[in-house]
Design a protein. Structure first.
Length: 295
C-alpha cells in the first residue's frame, strides 16, 4: 500500500462547529456522491482531526469514480486531513482494519465512518461523551452512532439516551485502543474460542454466525464478524443511542454488500443525547426490540 499524508497543522482552519478531539477516520472507495454527503456532515460536526483512507481501484470499471473520490478529498478546505491512499484495491475488510490499526497506533481512540454513513448534527457530541465517559469501563468495548428504530413507547418508559448490546455496531462507530487490542482477526480461531467457552454466538442476532461462515466458506469481504465475536469472547458491550445519530445511505444498491432495502431506515436525532448512565444498564423491552432486527 502506498500512503500519502497531509498533516493537519494549520490552527487557523476552524469552523463554527464544536471541535472533536478524538480522531475521525473516513474509509472511502468509489462512491463520490455518497462521500460528499458524509464530508458535508463531518464539517458541520466540527471535525478537525480527520484521516481519510482511499482504497485503490479494481480496474477500468471503477477507475474514474476512484479518481473523483481523490479529487473530492484533495479539495477539503475546512481542515487539513491526513490522507492515506492505496495504490491497489484492498477491499472493505482490509481497508477498515488497516485504518483502525493505523490510527490506534497513534491515538488512544478512533471514530470510524464508511462513505455511506452520514452523521447527524449531534453525532460528534454523542461520540465524544461516550468515549470520554466509558473510557475506563473495561466492560464497554465500543460506541456506535447508529441504532435500529426504538419505538417511542419503549423510549417513554426508559430513563436514558443510550442502551447497551453485546453486538458491536459498525455504522459510525468508535472504540479505544485497549478494546481493539482484543480483536482476534482469524475468524476460525475466534469461533473456536467462543465455542470452547460455551459463549452464545446468537446473543446479538443469529446472523452473526451466518456471516462468519460466509467469510470462512466463501471468503466474503466483511470484517465485522471477527470483531463482534471478539467482543462476545471478552464479555464486552457496545453503547447505542436510543435515537440514531447516523443515517446509512448505502442501501441504494451502490455498495459492495448492500442491495436496496428500507429495513434499516431509522429516525434521526433532532436533539442531543444528554442522559448517560454511569455504567451498564439493562432493559428487557429494549433488548427484545434489538433482537428482532438481527435474526
Amino acid at each position: 500500500m502506498v500512503c500519502t499524508f497531509k498533516q493537519a497543522q494549520n490552527d487557523s482552519l476552524k469552523n463554527s462547529g464544536a471541535e472533536m478531539k478524538h480522531p475521525v477516520v473516513l474509509v472511502t472507495y468509489a462512491r463520490p456522491q455518497h462521500l460528499k454527503q458524509v464530508l458535508s456532515a463531518l464539517r458541520q460536526n466540527g471535525v478537525e482531526l480527520l484521516y481519510v483512507f482511499i482504497d485503490g481501484s479494481k480496474g477500468r470499471a471503477d477507475a474514474q469514480r476512484v479518481q473523483d473520490v481523490h479529487h473530492i478529498v484533495a479539495g477539503i478546505q475546512w481542515t487539513v486531513p491526513n490522507i492515506v491512499a492505496s495504490s491497489t484495491n484492498l477491499g472493505l475488510a482490509t481497508s477498515v482494519t488497516k485504518a483502525v490499526d493505523h490510527v490506534l497506533a497513534r491515538h488512544e481512540t478512533v471514530i470510524l465512518l464508511e462513505d455511506d454513513c452520514v452523521p447527524g448534527p449531534y453525532f460528534s457530541a454523542y461520540m465524544e461523551a461516550c468515549l470520554d465517559l466509558y473510557r475506563d469501563d473495561l466492560d464497554i468495548m465500543g460506541v456506535t452512532g447508529y441504532t435500529i428504530p426504538v419505538p417511542q413507547t419503549i423510549r417513554d418508559c426508559y430513563s436514558w439516551d443510550v442502551y447497551f448490546s453485546p453486538r458491536a455496531g459498525s455504522w459510525g462507530w468508535g472504540t479505544w485502543r485497549r478494546a481493539w487490542d482484543l480483536h482476534i482477526r482469524d475468524i476460525a480461531d475466534v469461533l473456536q474460542r467462543t465455542h470452547d467457552k460455551g459463549i452464545d454466538n446468537t446473543q446479538g442476532g443469529t446472523d452473526v454466525v451466518t456471516y462468519a461462515n460466509q467469510v470462512l466458506r466463501d471468503g466474503r469481504d466483511i470484517w465485522t464478524p471477527s470483531w463482534i465475536l471478539s467482543v462476545y469472547l471478552a464479555g464486552g458491550q457496545y453503547v447505542y443511542p436510543t435515537v440514531s445519530h447516523i443515517r446509512n445511505i448505502g442501501w441504494d444498491g451502490s455498495g459492495a454488500h448492500c442491495g436496496k432495502s428500507e429495513r434499516y431506515a431509522t429516525p434521526m436525532a433532532d436533539t442531543p443525547s444528554t442522559r448517560f448512565p454511569p455504567g451498564l444498564v439493562y432493559d428487557q423491552a429494549v433488548v427484545d426490540n434489538f433482537r428482532k432486527y438481527y435474526k
